[in-house]
Write a protein that binds this ligand. Structure first.
Ligand SMILES: C[S@@+](CC[C@H](N)C(=O)[O-])C[C@H]1O[C@@H](n2cnc3c(N)ncnc32)[C@H](O)[C@@H]1O
Length: 484
């Protein structure tokens, strides 16, 4: 990484945290990381119920203490002592119950910046916080998920005038007095480390302009290193094209003649792009449908264990690419297959997790295990795995700690689109985010998208969204985040 990034990380200026002043954000982080490191060596601390399974180094790398720790937050007490107000029975507290329509705000760019199941839009939470609390109060969300309560609490201080005006008019109509605008402090907690990481990045300030530059550089570096994996030759035989996505089709056998049937080649109607109810076997012409085909398990080399491994058979069936600024589709040719074979021969990147899924404890484990997807690395075709790991490696190498976490938050969003759960949807506008929600399911037609296809537009959208949301409160309104 170049001097610009290294210099930036050291130059944030003095910052205040729990009443202490530090010369820079970097110094504040160093100080609390040291305390967290010491705390992690305490066996009693690690015995806390729900403590994450992770090395000290992994927990420290994800954390930005005292505001966010990827484990139970040992600084919570300090936070409450510093920001809390002792209970005073002489101060009367009374509020009428209130209900809020949570369907609002689901198209808001902040809500859509990062997906999370069962997510509640922050604009649905804002009125409750305004109603029940005062500026500066501490709000606890013990089941915080992606941290929308934190976003809502900060929004109470940074909401634009139009929003304030609309809400006050509405409350007036209901006979309610105007709310007290101003940010509230928030403690967000969740059992899932992924949730806490998403929430921390939604809520902790970062330098958006700097993030945008670092994100662009990250994508460019991955392109320089792995761009060759996504090159294809246009059908004119000479123009180079750039692959956006490759559709992989499951290969079955015909129950009548046992010959191979590439599902997409035979079952997809090229005109309507819909799967036909029935279609003839390309060898014996018998009537086939998805239910009477036989599954094929092929032996492959598991690049993690070096042992043989059986998985359902997939073949690349369609390539969507851009050449000379125009989008085309084609069937993979010899050149494309040779590139894929070259990628297959590469070793598994060290960043790729290789743990086995707890299949026996998974509600949907029975859907992936019989198809051969029993370990995390099985969920990525080789090219997608190489790309994702390169993105992760380069994001981790970012010298500025806060930007590194924001970049990892950005890269992490490619996981759902780069894995084998990403269904091909010829009728969808985008081939990203095609996984069936809330289940582990590997479809018969998979869109293996390129990293730039998923992330380039996302970088622009994130930058735009967070520039308006984060800068107004940069380094001022802190929340804290813990995990139990
Ligand atoms: C309904 S979701 C919350 C979604 C959140 N409102 C948002 O905007 O993203 C409930 C959350 O509770 C978490 N959870 C479930 N059991 C928990 C426990 N025992 N302790 C802490 N969190 C838990 C889940 O991981 C999930 O993220």
């Amino acid at each position: 990484m170049n001097d610009f990034f290294t210099k930036q990380s050291k130059e944030s200026g003095p910052v205040e945290c729990f009443g202490q002043t530090f010369p820079s954000e970097e110094a504040r982080r160093e100080y609390f990381l040291k305390l967290l490191r010491e705390k992690l060596t305490d066996p009693e601390f690690r015995k806390t119920e729900g403590f994450p399974i992770g090395t000290d180094e992994a927990i420290l790398a994800m954390s930005d203490p005292p505001y966010y720790t990827a484990c139970p937050n040992p600084f919570l007490e300090d936070f409450i002592r510093y920001y809390g107000k002792p209970y005073d029975p002489s101060v009367k507290y009374s509020r009428e119950p209130m209900t809020v329509d949570v369907s609002v705000g689901k198209t808001d760019p902040i809500y859509r910046a990062h997906s999370y199941h069962t997510k509640v839009p922050h604009l649905a939470i804002v009125p409750s916080i305004l109603h029940y609390t005062e500026p500066g109060d501490i709000v606890l969300d013990g089941f915080g998920g992606s941290g929308m309560t934190g976003v809502a609490a900060q929004w109470c201080g940074s909401a634009p005038a139009t929003y304030r005006h609309e809400l006050e008019s509405e409350w007036k109509k209901q006979g309610k007095t105007a709310p007290k605008w101003g940010a509230r402090r928030v403690i967000l907690n969740d059992l899932s480390p992924a949730a806490t990481f998403i929430a921390a990045n939604y809520n902790l300030p970062f330098d958006v302009e700097y993030f945008a530059k670092a994100g662009k550089q990250l994508l460019k570096e991955v392109e320089d290193e792995l761009g060759w994996m996504y090159e294809t030759l246009h059908t004119d035989g000479k123009t180079k094209g750039r692959i956006d996505f490759t559709v992989w089709s499951e290969v079955f056998t015909c129950p009548h003649c046992a010959s191979e049937v590439n599902f997409m080649d035979e079952a997809l109607d090229n005109e309507s792009k819909r799967v036909k109810e029935t279609f003839p076997c390309p060898n014996c012409s018998a009537d086939l449908n998805k239910d009477n085909l036989d599954r094929v398990l092929e032996s492959r080399l598991d690049t993690s264990s070096g042992k043989s491994w059986k998985r359902v058979k997939f073949r690349p069936s369609l390539i969507s690419y851009v050449a000379g600024g125009v989008r085309y589709e084609k069937q993979p040719d010899q050149n494309d297959l040779a590139i894929l074979a070259k990628i297959d021969a590469l070793p598994l990147p060290p960043e790729m997790p290789t743990v086995r899924f707890p299949i026996e404890q998974m509600y949907h484990g029975s859907r992936i295990d019989p198809k051969g997807f029993s370990h995390v690395h099985h969920m990525f075709f080789h090219r997608a795995g190489q790309s994702l790991c390169a993105l992760w490696r380069k994001a981790k190498a970012q010298p500025d700690n806060r930007t590194r976490l924001a970049l990892q938050f950005f890269v992490e969003q490619a996981i759902t689109s780069l894995n084998v759960q990403n269904r091909y949807g010829p009728h969808r506008y985008s081939q990203s985010n095609g996984a069936m929600p809330l289940v582990y399911y590997v479809p018969s037609q998979i869109s293996e998208v390129s990293p730039w296809y998923v992330l380039s537009g996302k970088l622009d959208r994130l930058t735009k969204t967070f520039s308006s949301f984060k800068t107004s409160r940069l380094l001022k309104n802190r929340s804290t985040r813990s995990r139990t």
